[in-house]
Design a protein around this ligand. Structure first.
Ligand SMILES: Cc1cc2nc3c(=O)[nH]c(=O)nc-3n(C[C@H](O)[C@H](O)[C@H](O)COP(=O)(O)OP(=O)(O)OC[C@H]3O[C@@H](n4cnc5c(N)ncnc54)[C@H](O)[C@@H]3O)c2cc1C
Length: 467
């Protein structure tokens, strides 16, 4: 069997509204920023920027909102991700309880659960009902150490008051009604996750904003953001409020090089799979899935009956470089196709058709955050690592409340105002980050061959990730 893996993003190919030519966007529909008046300028047309514009527009339809995007809507991770709208956060619940107390941590957890429903409702409102399925998330244990880890996590969650409604342990038989992967010992299931088509959602969001009068200027690169003034490659712009929604690409902004770490996550997708075969592997309710290995993988059954599957392990590039050449990686194609076929041997005759990826953003302490300084009018949100689809919606709503001067349950969530320290200079950053990925892979290999938990490596990883 030969795989014809094209370097192309599945979500673009499936969406007739997608435009792949940046030239089209830079030449059409754009004005010079200096000609446009704005109350709020948002830098970045991904989920963070567009949800912020969406909720700001709802709270104050008279506010003149301008979004500046260097390439095109959804060019960043928002248009290319795995499509899990999950309630996961990059920081653990235990770390949140330790740092902010139980009540604040649980309020955050509830807000994330509610945000999954909010995204589903908004997506349906924009005509994307067929693209979205709230089938939950099943994490399978496929080795004894994975099973121990999952049960420990559930015990810990119970100690904080998380009930069966939100997180439940499934035995082998119960797991098999959702997903049939090799070596299953059991799983943990949460209903708080939807499988989405991220490319369609980000573009529908932009179209909806344009229809409401929000200006989105594509092909405009912001060089620096200062209080009241945004400097772009097409001239400066003045606005009392600015929002930096640039995630991994933040490293390119003046004075922000070490604020965030661009980590690459890469994906593959299969051809459409016959209904009977796919139904025997993954429930038609479309739960998102992975197992509890250290080097993260993630999968979804798509609306057109493919499997889109991604994972970490691609190299971090010296100096936090971002380059379209890094969006694909032959070694990752081999790693991901092997991992998926090992989980589902019945896919041996199914071809892989797409391979793509992109950079996501990590703060030094692995905490995501929402920031707004009313004195300077400067706001930002990000550091979601691989959990940005839902967090960016919550961030957008929270920024809208902060910018319009509201004090609400959202503005009191513990990530508001959280400051992370900067990343170490090179070469320390390069050495440490690539060593972490190697350690995670080593821990998986050790656990698979010895059947015992790689606790020392787990402790090192937890220490670095602040868990
Ligand atoms: C392959 C992959 C899979 C992922 N899977 C998942 C998943 O399944 N679930 C999940 O929750 N998260 C996932 N993530 C992470 C998630 O996609 C991101 O956290 C989220 O989309 C970030 O949204 P954002 O709007 O903050 O940033 P982005 O989507 O990266 O948008 C930033 C935008 O800002 C623009 N920009 C940057 N700098 C400038 C500038 N100077 N001037 C003008 N414009 C600028 C960029 O062009 C870009 O369009 C994944 C990420 C990747 C890469």
């Amino acid at each position: 069997m030969t795989d014809v893996v094209r370097a192309a993003c599945l979500w673009d190919d499936l969406d007739p509204t997608s435009e792949t030519s940046d030239e089209f966007h830079t030449s059409a529909g754009s004005s010079d920023p200096g000609d446009v008046s704005a109350d709020v300028v948002i830098v970045g047309a991904g989920f963070t920027g567009l949800w912020t514009a969406h909720y700001l527009n709802q709270l104050d339809p008279s506010s003149r909102i301008v979004v500046l995007e260097s390439r095109r809507v959804g060019f960043g991770a928002s248009g290319r991700n795995g499509g899990w709208s999950s309630a996961l956060l990059p920081m653990s619940l235990a770390a949140l309880v330790r740092d902010h107390g139980r009540e604040a941590a649980l309020a955050f957890d509830r807000a994330m659960n509610a945000s999954v429903d909010e995204i589903c409702a908004r997506a349906r409102g924009m005509g994307l009902g067929r693209q979205i399925a709230k089938g939950g998330y099943v994490q399978v244990a496929r080795t004894r150490p994975q099973w121990d880890r999952l049960r420990d996590a559930v015990t810990e969650a119970r100690s904080f008051g998380i009930t069966e409604d939100d997180l439940r342990v499934l035995d082998v038989e119960q797991t098999s009604t959702l997903i049939d992967v090799t070596n299953t010992l059991g799983s943990v299931f949460t209903p708080h996750c939807a499988a989405i088509q991220p490319g369609s959602l980000v573009r529908a969001l932009a179209a909806d904003l344009r229809a409401r009068g929000v200006r989105i200027l594509e092909g405009v690169t912001v060089l620096s953001i200062e209080p009241g003034r945004i400097v772009t490659d097409r001239g400066p712009m003045n606005a009392p409020v600015s929002v930096r929604a640039t995630e991994a690409f933040t490293v390119r902004l003046r004075h922000h090089h070490r604020n965030v770490l661009p980590l690459y996550s890469l994906m593959i997708a299969t051809e459409p799979i016959s209904g009977d075969l796919l139904d025997s592997l993954i429930s038609a309710s479309r739960p998102t899935f992975n197992d509890a290995r250290h080097l993260i993988v993630y999968g979804q059954r798509t609306a057109d009956d493919r499997i889109a599957f991604g994972g970490r392990g691609a190299p971090y590039h010296f100096g936090s470089r971002i380059d379209p050449r890094f969006d694909t990686h032959d070694g990752m194609v081999r790693h991901l196709t092997t991992a998926l076929r090992e989980m589902f041997p019945a896919l041996s005759d199914v071809s892989f058709t797409h391979h793509w990826g992109g950079p996501l953003g990590a703060h030094r302490d692995w905490n995501c955050s929402v920031l707004f300084d009313p004195r300077t009018g400067m706001a930002s949100a990000g550091g979601y690592v691989g959990d940005g689809v839902t967090t960016s919606n919550l961030a957008g709503r929270t920024l809208a409340h902060l910018i319009t001067g509201r004090e609400t349950d959202l503005t009191r969530l513990p990530w508001v105002g959280h400051q992370s320290r900067t990343w170490e200079p090179e070469p320390v950053r390069w050495l440490a980050v690539n060593a972490m990925a190697k350690l995670a892979a080593l821990a998986d290999e050790r656990e698979r061959t010895t059947g015992r938990r790689a606790r020392t490596i787990e402790r090192i990883l937890d220490l670095v990730l602040g868990h």
